[in-house]
Design a protein around this ligand. Structure first.
Ligand code: SER
Length: 317
């Protein structure tokens, strides 16, 4: 059957890079981007506008485009979710339930990708090299929606045979798209400020380790997971998925190798507590064993690539 892909949350941090990557791989017309409101100026067709929490809207789009795969990326992230917990619950859960129910009801049962996150972990989770199967007692609303979503994914797979696959994304870093309302956002902001002003005030404390990944790896890994043979996918909740782990001062030191005058100070805010509740590093050996996950970018490679591309980008703007 011909692949027809729907990407919800197409204007988000992951979506805005996954859509072009999927179009490059499967053809432009095979990928329908779904936007909520903020349609990017350069949005290319085919796209649809709609609210994924409205089941009928989603149903119509899936039917009209004869969708065979859904990357359901809609989500309110961790920091914004703590400011608007009820909104995070509603958007994250209602949209996911819609996608799962529509997949269940449809004849051709679309394959689904849904992102979980390190936010599924919490203060009681082992902090270092966190295992695949571990304690999931998050303290943020965002994290709660991720744990519930992981269990729903597993349930819809076993009970209804929906081929749903998921990754626990670490902080994702990119020069193309700014993140929106997350706790790992500092690791992107720092590059912008280093290039523009030579200094940055970090909202996380020195020493706050978090698992991280460059966007190129995140996009490639996501597509590889979706292309893996169904029998190779042994984890139907969500795979630990990581490349590296660092804390703010290590990133600052790496940037200094390229911009020696760069300076950083610290002014932790409410996001510090969120970051502390997450793990320092993740063991993703199940993903590496089951479907061959392999990252390419560590901290030095990522820093260099970010600076080269972002400098060029900011010059042009
Ligand atoms: N990057 C996300 C956040 O900080 C983690 O899923 O919210």
């Amino acid at each position: 059957m011909e692949k027809r892909i729907l990407v919800t949350g197409a204007a988000g941090q992951i979506g805005s890079e996954l859509v072009p990557a999927l179009r490059e791989r499967y053809g432009k017309d095979a990928v329908v981007a779904m936007y909520h409101h903020n349609i990017p100026e350069n949005a290319e067709r085919p796209y649809e506008i709609g609210d994924a929490t409205e089941k009928e809207t989603l149903d119509n789009i899936i039917k009209e485009h004869e969708i065979t795969e859904i990357y359901h990326l809609v989500g309110v992230l961790s920091a914004k979710g703590e400011q608007k917990p009820a909104l995070a619950y509603r958007v994250n859960m209602a949209s996911l339930m819609n996608v799962l129910e529509l997949a269940k009801e449809s004849e051709n049962k679309p394959k689904i990708f849904w992102p979980s996150s390190i936010a599924a972990f919490g203060p009681t989770t082992p902090q270092d090299n966190t295992p695949q199967h571990t304690i999931l007692e998050p303290s943020t609303m965002y994290g709660m929606t991720k744990v519930a979503g992981e269990l729903l994914a597993n349930y819809y797979f076993h009970r209804y045979g929906i081929d749903i696959r998921s990754l626990r994304y670490p902080g994702v870093i990119s020069w193309k798209t700014p993140p929106g309302g997350g706790t790992t956002d500092y690791a992107v902001e720092i590059f912008h400020e280093a290039i523009k002003n030579g200094k940055y005030t970090c909202f996380l404390q020195k020493g706050t380790y978090l698992p991280m990944m460059y966007m190129d790896d995140a996009v490639r890994g996501t597509i590889e997971l979706m292309e893996a043979k169904p029998g190779d996918i042994k984890v139907r909740t969500s795979y630990n998925f990581t490349a590296t782990s660092f804390e703010p001062s290590q990133l600052a030191e790496e940037i200094k190798k390229h911009i020696p005058e760069f300076e950083m100070d610290y002014k932790p805010d409410f996001r510090q507590q969120i970051a502390e509740s997450w793990t320092n590093s993740m063991d993703d050996s199940d993903a590496r064993r089951d479907w061959g996950w392999k990252h390419k970018f560590g901290l030095p490679q990522m820093t260099e690539d970010m600076l080269v591309n972002l400098k060029r980008e900011l010059k042009g703007s």
